[in-house]
Structure formats: structure tokens, C-alpha cells
Design a protein around this ligand. Sequence first.
Ligand code: HEM
Length: 404
Amino acid sequence: MAHFEKANSIGEWLDQRLAVETLKRVLQTEYWIPKNINFLWAMGMVLAATFGILLVSGIFLLMYYQPNVNSAFDSVNYTIMSEVGYGWLWRHIHGVGASIVFLIIYIHMFTGIYYGSYKKGRELIWLSGMGLYVAFSAEAFSGYMLPWGQMSYWAGMVITNLFSGGSLHADGLVEWIRGDYVPGQAFLNRFFMLHVLLIPLAIIGLIVLHFGTLRIPHVNNQDGEEIDFDEAAKLYKEGKVKESKVIPFSPVFLSKDVLVMGVYFILFFYLVFYHFEFAMDPVNFDPANGLKTPTHIYPEWYFLWSYEVLRPFSTNIGLIAFAIAQVIFFLLPFLDKSPNVAPASRRGLFKFWFWAMLIDMLVLTFMGKLPPEGIWSVIGLVAALVFFALWIALPIITAKEKKL
Ligand code: HEM
């Protein structure tokens, strides 16, 4: 056992047991961040902070929420919203957080795509990031079931129906997932468990992994420059701060992150207090009714693009298209054949690929919200076809890319 000297302060006492000083020293003098990065590199910490807020607000909601088909709706819409002091505030924070976290995830993902931060050496950062995307999607979907409103019920019905596998007729699978023929008590119970326990645990594990995968390749930078971190750190330590290409994580980089987070939280709480309704579907303020199908069932905005990839096709092709859309982003590091780690603006045809993909996903998102009729369904079909054409084109155009 280690030898513990008599400590002269609480700080020293903790340091003997937790090596707090060592951690401080590592973050201040051994963990380096490139200087040449912009505010988009703060999105990772913004995501981590938003996840923290979702956890805390979720714990407060959990004190009054009842996972029972007869009382879930009222426990949310009456007890929490009007009877519990500040219950409405925790619900608005949780609802706005759940929606905004996806906006930040998409910005973080597309920043990674733009700067090529998924390439050689950084594949695992990307793969663990995609794991987080899938886990957050499952977390959002399971949470959406909990208020047991009309959209909870019918979105639950539509999404679990996908598991019947079209003409494969894997019908028993759907009932197994639901625990019943239609969404009911067993269904609500298991989605409650997934939402408050299993998926948050998986997310925490994946965040630890994601941070771990960043350690060796280090974060990328705006020019995709391969930095000699030892050399740059030496210059910094010698006081040649201007010449050095890196800054220490703490407190220099951290202070930049905190500034961006400050601005973000002003916007976040502005939405919580003045515009929370964008994160809540009006149809979900009607209690679940298995006998009354809403005229138009659609998912939350962040799932609309993949929903629209499924919708224009017949059941079987639609299911395959949907399944591919869910996993295709995992393959990005392997489908991009170019050796260049550089911003898309310097990468020939990839520049067009990037903007075409971004615009196409926005079009799919807008079409997914509209009823599949007339011109909207034609635009939706074209956008879905363009989505797949772009993925097929990716290895071809990137293989031809000249080395920069
Ligand atoms: C919600 C959970 C997530 C958290 C908390 C998180 C956190 C972070 C943090 C702190 C960084 C380092 C700083 C930065 O570049 O922002 C980072 C980098 C990165 N993340 Fe995430 N991330 C999450 C989700 C994702 C997703 C969904 C993807 C994409 C599939 C992704 C891909 C990346 C990549 C490629 C980098 C490296 C950026 C670079 O080297 O420049 N992350 N993440």
C-alpha cells in the first residue's frame, strides 16, 4: 500500500488519494490542442454539456413521471406541467435539450466531414461518434414514447412495424419487441427502462470511448495539417508561443470552449423560456388512442431525412433504403478513398459532394414533414435517389482525387 503522509489541507489529502495534481499537470502541460481551429471544434464540449443537462432534467422529471398507460399522460401533462413547482421548467429544458442536441450533433458531424476528421488514424473517433448518433436516436425515440400521447403511440406503432421486414413476414418479431400485439403496458415499461437506464449507460460508455479515441490521433485542424505535437509542445514550453502550432488543453483551449458554451447557453435558455413549443408536437397533447389514427404521422425533425428516404418506395425497397440510410455514415472513412486530410473547399469534386449531401438531406427533411402528395412526393423521391447516388459516387470521385 502507498505511504500516506499527514496532509496539511483538504487539497493535499485529495491529491494523495486521487492524484488531482497529476491530472492538472497533464491537462496543463501534456495534452495539446492545435491552435488553428475555430468555434466549430467547441461543439463536442457543447454536446457533452447538453447531455449533462438532459441527465439532470431527466432525473427531476423521473421523480413524478409514472410509467403506466393509465396515468403516464396525466403525470406529464398535469402533474409535472401544472402541479409540481417548476415542473414545467424541467420539462421544457428536457424537451428543448432533446431537440437541440440533434442540431449540434449534425453540426459536429458535418464539421468532421468537411475537414476530413474521420480519415486515416481517426476512423475510431468517427465510428464511436456514429455509435453515439445511433444511441441518441434510440434515446430520443424511447423518450418520445413516455408521455403516452397520440404521436407517442402511433410513432411507436409505425416504427416497430418496420421490424416485420416487409414480405419477409417476420411478424412474431414485432410482437416480441412490443411485448403485445399493439403498444401497451409492456411496451411502455420496456421503453421506459431503455430510456432511463440502458441507453444512457451506453451513451456514457460511448462518450468515454469517443474521448479515448481522440487521444492518440489528436483533434484535426482547419487545414488538415499533420502537426508534430512533441516539437510544437517544446516550442510552446520554451516560451515561443507564437511559433508553436499548439496550445495546452487547460486553461487556454478550455477557456475558448467555455466562451462558446456561454453563448450557446444564452440561446438555449432563450428557447427554453420563449420558444419551447418548437420541441413539442401539438398532436402529442392528445392522450394515446389506439382507435383513432392521426391523419398525418411524422417523426421529430431530426429523423425526417431518413423517414423520407423510406417513404417514396414500396415496402420492401423502402425498408432496405431505410436500413442503408441508418448505417451508411458508419462507412464514410472507408468509402472516402482520397489520401487528403483537408477542408472540402480544397478537395476538388469532394467539395461538391459535401454541399450536395448537405442540401439533399435538408430537402429530404423538409419533404419528410409534408404529406406525400403531388409535387412533394416527386421531390422526395428525387432527393432519396440523389442520396444513394451520392454514396455510390463517393469512392469513385475520391479515388481520382489528386494528392495535395
Ligand atoms: C453526443 C455525443 C458526442 C460528444 C459528447 C462528442 C464529443 C466530442 C469532443 C469533445 C470532441 C473533441 C473536440 C471537437 O472536435 O469538438 C469530438 C471530436 C470528434 N467527434 Fe464527437 N462527440 C459526439 C458525437 C459525435 C458524432 C455523432 C460524430 C459523428 C459521427 C462525432 C465525430 C467526431 C469527430 C470526427 C471528431 C474529431 C474532430 C477532429 O479531429 O477535428 N462525434 N467529439
